[in-house]
Design a protein around this ligand. Structure first.
Ligand code: TA6
Length: 278
C-alpha cells in the first residue's frame, strides 16, 4: 500500500503479491481502478473525468450519502463524493490489502444537512475479489434517515454485448420512463437504450457476463440495485464523458434508495458490495 498521486490527486495504491491492484482516491474515498490477480481492469473511469476537486470524479465507485440521486433536497448523490477523506487503517498480508478512509460532518455538511455522523469506507482486495464497505454512524443525539449507494461504474467491452443476470422477476422503478413501476421479465438484462432503474429488494447475487469474462456481484446491507447507462444522447450532455463512453460502461450499484434507512442516535449501519472476477 502506498500513497501516490493519481491524476494529480492523492490516492492510495493497493497491491497484493499475487498481482491484484486497486487505486482509491482520497477525494470522495472513491475506488478508481481495480484489477484482480491475473485479470484485467473491471472499473470504468472516464478518460475525460475531472480530477481537480471541482466536480465528482466520473467513474470508479462514487460514494452516495446521505442522499441517493435527487431523492431529496441535497445536492445530487449527497455530500461525500466531493470532499477529501482521511486515511485510517492500512493493512496487508500475503494475499490481501485493506485500507479505511473516514469522514464526518463539517460546517458545510451541517449547513446542508444538520446531522452529526461518521462515515467510513473500507476497501479490500484479495485475489479475485474487491470488497467495498460503507459504514455510517449516527454520532448525534437524534435519529436520522438517509439513502445511499456505491455507484459502481463497471467497465465492459461493448455494453450491448454484456448480460446482467439475476434481476429476473424483480420489481423496479424506471427513472428513464417517468418513474413507472415495472417488473423485469427477461432472463438477462441487455442494455440497448438509456437505462436508469432502481430494482427493489434484490437478495440474490448478480452475474455480469462481458465477452469472455464474468463478474459476480454480491451485496450485503444494501437492499436495492441500480442499473444505469446514459446512452448516446444523455452521454453527450455529460462534459466529463467521451461521446462513445456509454458503450464501455455499465453502472450496477448497491443502493438503499427505495426506503430511507433510519438510524437512532449512537447506532451504526453498514452495507457492502463484493465484486468477484470469474
Ligand atoms: O445512479 C443513477 C443516477 O442517479 C442517474 O440518474 C444518473 O444521473 C447518474 O446517477 C449519474 O449522476 P451524476 O450526478 O454522477 O451525473
Amino acid at each position: 500500500i502506498e500513497t501516490r498521486t493519481f491524476h494529480d490527486q492523492p490516492a492510495l495504491v493497493l497491491r497484493t503479491p499475487g498481482g491484484a491492484h486497486a487505486v482509491v482516491s482520497l477525494f470522495g474515498a472513491q475506488v478508481l481502478s481495480w484489477t484482480p490477480a491475473g485479470g484485467s481492469e473491471w472499473l470504468y473511469l472516464s478518460p475525460q473525468a475531472r480530477h481537480d476537486g471541482s466536480t465528482p470524479i466520473r467513474g470508479g465507485i462514487p460514494v452516495c450519502f446521505p442522499q441517493f440521486a435527487a431523492l431529496g433536497r441535497l445536492p445530487k448523490h449527497g455530500l461525500l463524493r466531493t470532499r477529501p477523506w482521511t486515511v485510517g487503517e492500512q493493512r496487508s498480508g500475503d494475499d490481501f490489502a485493506l485500507v479505511t478512509l473516514t469522514t464526518s460532518e463539517d460546517d458545510a455538511s451541517y449547513a446542508a444537512w444538520p446531522q452529526r455522523f461518521s462515515a467510513e469506507i473500507t476497501v479490500i482486495i484479495e485475489g479475485d475479489r474487491l470488497g467495498v464497505e460503507l459504514e455510517v454512524g449516527n454520532t448525534g443525539h437524534a435519529p436520522f434517515a438517509f439513502t445511499a449507494a456505491l455507484h459502481t461504474y463497471l467497465r465492459v467491452g461493448e455494453v450491448e454485448n454484456a448480460r446482467l443476470e439475476g434481476l429476473h422477476g424483480h420489481e423496479y422503478r424506471d427513472a428513464a420512463d417517468n418513474d413507472r413501476i415495472k417488473r423485469d421479465s427477461g432472463d438477462a438484462l441487455v442494455v440497448e437504450a438509456e437505462t436508469d432503474r432502481v430494482y427493489h429488494d434484490v437478495q440474490r447475487p448478480l452475474l455480469l457476463r462481458d465477452g469472455g469474462r464474468s463478474l459476480g456481484i454480491n451485496v450485503e446491507g444494501f437492499p436495492d440495485v441500480v442499473v444505469w447507462n446514459p446512452w448516446e444522447q444523455r452521454c453527450a450532455q455529460l462534459p466529463d464523458m467521451p461521446a462513445n463512453g456509454f458503450r464501455h460502461m455499465l453502472c450496477v450499484e448497491a443502493a438503499a434508495a427505495r426506503r430511507r434507512i433510519e438510524l437512532d442516535a449512537g447506532e451504526q449501519w453498514y452495507g457492502r458490495q463484493t465484486l468477484i472476477a470469474l
